[in-house]
Design a protein around this ligand. Structure first.
Ligand code: GUN
Length: 289
């Protein structure tokens, strides 16, 4: 069997086109959606992500404000900046790129973002709304994975979804999203992590396997159920270039659908961030998200 490739780049392009139309409709009503990005320090991967996000904003008609701060920026200064952005009516979305430098308490910073401007959906209020099944905006990577599944016609209702990795950015919010009653969800979800006793026993049962581990090719062929859909969230820089968390060659002989790296989940994360920003802008006009 050779798996169908789920083309995240093409699907993200569709989403971006929809977002551009919505942004233009808002603009015609006098509201230009605005996203402020806050990047602290010199992490090369973060710089790459943030540059892509800013470029994508320009392409869909979202105004971007770039705040690039040195790694030595005191936490108090970061909090002050967030207070200013919270108060700025032109800013509808705020994104604080993670990870932050070690001397900064990430939770203090994420808590400071006005939940109504939380483009990443990382504020505890928004995570609570997600858990209760009434999300305002959902974290971009999990939302992007759900959108990929919907637009690739992968049945999620009743499916065994196994997520490997319990990060706050991907694993945990994805589990909260997929377990809800509703389209693109209604799944039976298992979250595996470093404490999982027999990982392969779980992954081999997965109709939809999501790898968000952060280790190159950690998911090998024998761990995959024949005919399943495999979603690879990993981006690992190796001597062979960028590779995912899944052994793509082996997996594509076993699965029925698989996302490539690059060109799978990555472009969707950015597209969903743009969609979240426009949604938050629309809400300031009293329109539902
Ligand atoms: N770092 C890695 N992924 C993300 C993301 O989706 N949002 C933010 N803000 N930081 C990240």
């Amino acid at each position: 069997m050779t798996a169908e490739i789920i083309d995240g780049k093409a699907i993200a392009k569709q989403v971006r086109e929809e977002v551009a139309q919505e942004a233009s409709a808002l603009d015609a009503n006098g509201v230009t959606p605005g996203l402020a990005t806050v990047l602290v320090g010199d992490d090369p991967a973060s710089h790459v992500y943030v540059r892509s996000k800013r470029k994508a904003c320009a392409e869909v008609g979202i105004k971007a404000w770039d705040h690039d701060l040195p790694a030595s920026t005191p936490q108090a200064e970061l909090v002050e900046l967030l207070d200013r952005l919270n108060a700025d009516p032109q800013v509808h979305g705020i994104l604080v790129q993670l990870p932050l430098p070690e001397h900064v308490d990430e939770q203090v910073v994420l808590d400071r973002v006005d939940p109504a401007k939380d483009a990443d959906g990382f504020h505890p209020y928004n995570l609570g709304r997600l858990l209760s099944g009434e999300p305002v905006v959902a974290p971009a990577t999990p939302a992007g994975i759900q959108e990929l599944l919907i637009r690739s016609n992968v049945e999620t209702s009743g499916a065994e979804v196994v997520v490997v990795g319990r990060s706050n950015i991907v694993g945990k919010p994805l589990a909260a999203l997929m377990v809800q009653k509703g389209p693109g969800a209604n799944a039976t979800v298992t979250v595996c992590h470093t404490g999982t006793r027999d990982l392969e026993m779980h992954t081999r049962r997965a109709d939809i396997l999501v790898a968000a581990i952060g280790r190159a090719k950690a998911i090998t062929g024998p761990m995959i159920k024949p005919g399943s859909a495999v979603i690879d969230v990993g981006i690992n820089r190796t001597d062979d270039g960028l590779v995912g968390d899944v052994d793509f060659e082996a997996a594509s002989e076993i699965a029925s659908a698989i996302t490539p790296v690059p060109g799978g989940v990555g472009p969707m994360t950015i597209a969903m961030l743009l969609r979240n920003t426009v949604k938050l802008a629309r809400r300031t006009m009293g329109q539902p998200g």
